[in-house]
Design a protein around this ligand. Structure first.
Ligand code: PLP
Length: 221
């Protein structure tokens, strides 16, 4: 699993280079290692290398993997990057450190209530469906201001915006749009960019890149 350590070094170098090219500080860009559906040995290799920031897209899979691993590595930080059903909110608030996929009013209220119950006030991102794709999660661009107002009223701590551009379009337009929306609403963080396009996302202001296969290898193998 030395390969995984090499992958981390390569990606971290690419992040530094991309940051430098746009006059940014690489320390302002967090690498969220997306460990969903990866064999445990690969995740352990990343932990052995010293990485502590991970992203998972399903609450139940994440709980099965990370509840035990968190006993060994108490300083792990977990981001939820997949759609969240309201019946999983309790488990999600208990397990995760950051929720990146707030996208509707019902979920805002469920999260705010659960965070009060657990006295655990997690930073959140609002996911924006920048490509207006019917099958994709995220609030529409037009619906964003109203949803942010609901978050504010509910006391949910929204720190930034997140998007997943349409697979069949150049991502730069979507990254630029997300950057513009965050600036308009005074939000500091931008979660955008995956294995194939994180450098472009950094050029357009990403503070969190979510990289899976480029670090861990293909999820199918
Ligand atoms: C799976 C996933 C990623 C990582 O994708 P790769 O192409 O493997 O880097 C990033 N973000 C989200 C929301 C994902 O579901």
């Amino acid at each position: 699993m030395n390969e995984i350590a090499d992958n981390f070094k390569t990606i971290q170098t690419q992040i530094k280079t991309a940051a430098k090219q746009t006059g940014r500080n690489a320390d302002d860009i967090a690498l969220v290692a997306v460990s969903k559906m990866q064999p445990e040995a690969r995740v352990r290799a990343a932990l052995g290398y010293g990485h502590r920031l991970f992203g998972e897209n399903r609450v139940q899979d994440a709980a099965a993997r990370w509840q035990p691993l968190k006993h060994e590595y108490a300083d792990v930080t977990l981001h939820l990057i997949g759609p969240l059903q309201t019946n999983k909110v309790k488990e999600a608030v208990a397990l995760f450190n950051v929720i990146e996929t707030v996208d509707r009013e019902k979920l805002v209220h469920a999260l705010a209530d659960e965070m009060k119950k657990q006295n655990k006030f997690l930073p959140c991102f609002v996911q924006v469906n920048t490509g207006d794709e019917e099958q994709k999660a995220g609030v529409s661009v037009d619906g964003l201001p109203a949803l942010l107002a609901v978050c504010k009223q509910a006391g949910l701590n929204i720190v930034g915006l997140m998007c997943i551009p349409p697979a069949d379009e150049p991502p730069a337009f979507h990254f630029a749009l997300l950057q513009k929306l965050a600036a308009r609403h005074g939000l500091q963080k931008l979660s955008m960019g995956m294995s194939s396009d994180f450098e472009r996302a950094i050029a357009l202001g990403a503070t969190h890149v979510r990289v899976g296969s480029a670090l861990f290898g293909s999820r199918d193998s």
